[in-house]
Design a protein around this ligand. Structure first.
Ligand code: FAD
Ligand code: SF4
Ligand code: SF4
Length: 460
């Protein structure tokens, strides 16, 4: 049977920002790794966007060797403690595990997390070293998973790599989006430090497109540029009242909590959470915002979603965690207006009742309004979590950079080069909002393409 992940009790964890999942013991980890059948054709590896040698690391762990197991993972993944925690494994590695056909798949993510945590706690981490030293500089714009993975690989190829980040701390969504109780910030920092130790320089507070342009970077001697600026521009509902006080985008709300440390009592961060919070949307971002609002002391937190539970895009595990923590769900409910009080602060979220119609292109059944059926929900805080678009600053400020119809960067599918020679892009800024490991996989692919491009340039 699959080893259950020990967790903080729901009533307790809803009051604090400490990590919900507590991690396996060594005995649990070895027992779980022993369930792996060591398949000759391991489908789990095909399900992992960076193709970690999963049976290889599980075998080492099953034999009681967590440190070599981590070294095996690090051949493909520079952020294992992070991915073990946040990858949607049910759709990736574990979704393809053959043991999952008749029972519970091997807990690959929990075990990846375990070996990374174990090595960190005993202070015996495998040290990666660059293969050689090349006399060329590469600039990486954005320090999210795509930028970090590209930077780590480029440094290992031997390039001098500088990562430029607009915010004051590195990590992208890992730092400012995913909350502390799912992904502790000291773990993010630790894995970023390991990338810095490879020789990668991280320069924060540099908004490329404004502080410096791509031309400035080429003039400063960078031979190639990688763009991994993500999809951090929030979508809004565009309904009356959305500009009232007390209405946040999930992005702004989570950034304030994470980056300005509202989760620590000793920080006096300007974030106001009322007693009744409505979070619009039902993806992972919405669950994160709702669970964060609860932890900041809101009495009642409600997810408002226009489809049913079955269509919710969030991971099932996160929906269940939210339910256990007392988050309420108003389903088949679509906001149409926000109504304020005399101080221009939101007090009511007016919604229309919905029913489900035919499936749309994504296969999910379409929400259809029920005529003349409205419901008024009391809310002194509304958080809008209905998706994000591309970060625009760099795109607006760069002449000749071709974009897709949806406003993302257009790249050559083969080598991820943009319309500007020597400039490559990957991650959410190319695909739209995806996952950490998909962004990392794409960042790695771009790093290999940059290496090939620079070798070719040298040959000419
Ligand atoms: P990002 O992580 O967005 O990083 C882009 C970086 O570029 C940012 O640091 C930004 O400040 C910087 N930047 C932008 N413009 C500039 C500029 N002009 N100059 C310099 N720097 C710039 N995925 C999962 O797999 N599992 C999860 O549990 C999960 N939960 C999520 C929860 C939330 C709240 C959010 C928002 C997303 C979540 N995701 C999750 C999605 C995942 O985090 C993203 O797909 C992933 O981070 C994309 O990586 P990226 O490197 O492309 O971009
Ligand atoms: Fe699975 Fe993510 Fe680890 Fe790949 S990186 S093996 S998808 S948990
Ligand atoms: Fe092990 Fe499952 Fe991968 Fe087979 S598919 S090697 S059982 S983890």
């Amino acid at each position: 049977m699959r080893q259950a992940m020990p967790k903080q009790a729901a009533e307790e964890r809803a009051q604090n920002f400490a990590e919900v999942a507590l991690g396996y013991t060594l005995e649990q980890a070895i027992a779980e790794a022993n369930r792996c059948l060591q398949c000759k054709r391991p489908l789990c590896v095909e399900g992992c966007p960076v193709h970690i040698d999963i049976p290889g690391f599980l075998k080492l762990l099953a034999e009681g060797n967590p440190i070599p197991a981590l070294a095996k993972i690090k051949e493909q993944n520079s952020l294992p403690a992070i991915c073990g925690r946040v990858c949607p494994q049910e759709n990736q590695c574990e979704g393809r595990c053959v043991v999952g056909i008749k029972g519970d798949p091997i807990a690959i993510g929990n075990l990846e997390r375990f070996v990374a945590d174990y090595a960190r706690e005993v202070g015996q981490e495998p040290v990666l070293t660059p293969a050689q030293s090349l006399d060329k500089k590469v600039a990486v714009i954005g320090s999210g998973p795509a930028g970090l993975a590209a930077a780590a690989d480029l440094a290992q190829f031997g390039y001098q790599v500088t990562v430029f980040e607009s915010l004051h701390a590195a990590g992208g969504v890992l730092r400012y989006g995913i909350p502390e109780f799912r992904l502790p910030k000291d773990i993010v920092q630790h894995e970023i430090d390991a990338i810095s130790e490879l020789g990668v320089e991280i320069v924060t507070n540099h908004l490329i497109g404004q502080t410096l342009t791509l031309d400035d970077l080429f003039e400063a001697g960078y031979s190639a540029i990688f763009i991994g600026t993500g999809a951090g521009l929030p979508n809004f509902l565009n309904i009356p009242g959305e500009n009232l006080n007390g209405v946040y985008s999930a992005n702004e709300f989570l950034t304030r909590v994470n980056l300005m440390k509202a989760y620590l009592p000793e920080y006096d961060t300007p974030i106001k959470v009322g007693q009744k919070v409505a979070v619009v949307g039902a993806g992972n971002v919405a669950m994160d915002a709702a669970r964060t609002a609860k932890r900041l002391g809101a009495e009642e937190v409600r997810i408002v979603y226009r489809r049913s539970r079955q269509e919710m895009p969030a991971r099932l595990e996160e929906i269940e965690n939210a339910e256990e923590e007392g988050i309420l769900f108003s389903l088949l409910t679509n906001p149409v207006e926000m109504i304020g009080d005399e101080s221009n602060t939101v007090k009511v979220l007016r919604c229309q009742r919905m029913t489900l119609g035919e499936p749309d292109q994504s296969g999910r059944r379409n929400p259809v309004p029920v005529p003349n059926e409205y419901i008024d929900l009391s809310a002194d805080t509304v958080i809008v979590a209905i998706g994000q678009g591309p970060n625009p600053v760099l795109l607006r400020g760069t002449e000749g950079l071709a974009l897709t119809e949806r406003g993302y960067i257009k790249v050559n599918d083969e080598n991820l080069m943009t319309s500007i020679p020597g400039v490559f892009a990957a991650g959410d800024i190319v695909t739209g909002a995806a996952t950490v490991i998909q962004a990392m996989g794409a960042g790695r692919k771009a790093a290999s393409a940059i290496h090939a491009y620079l070798l070719e340039q040298e040959g000419n």
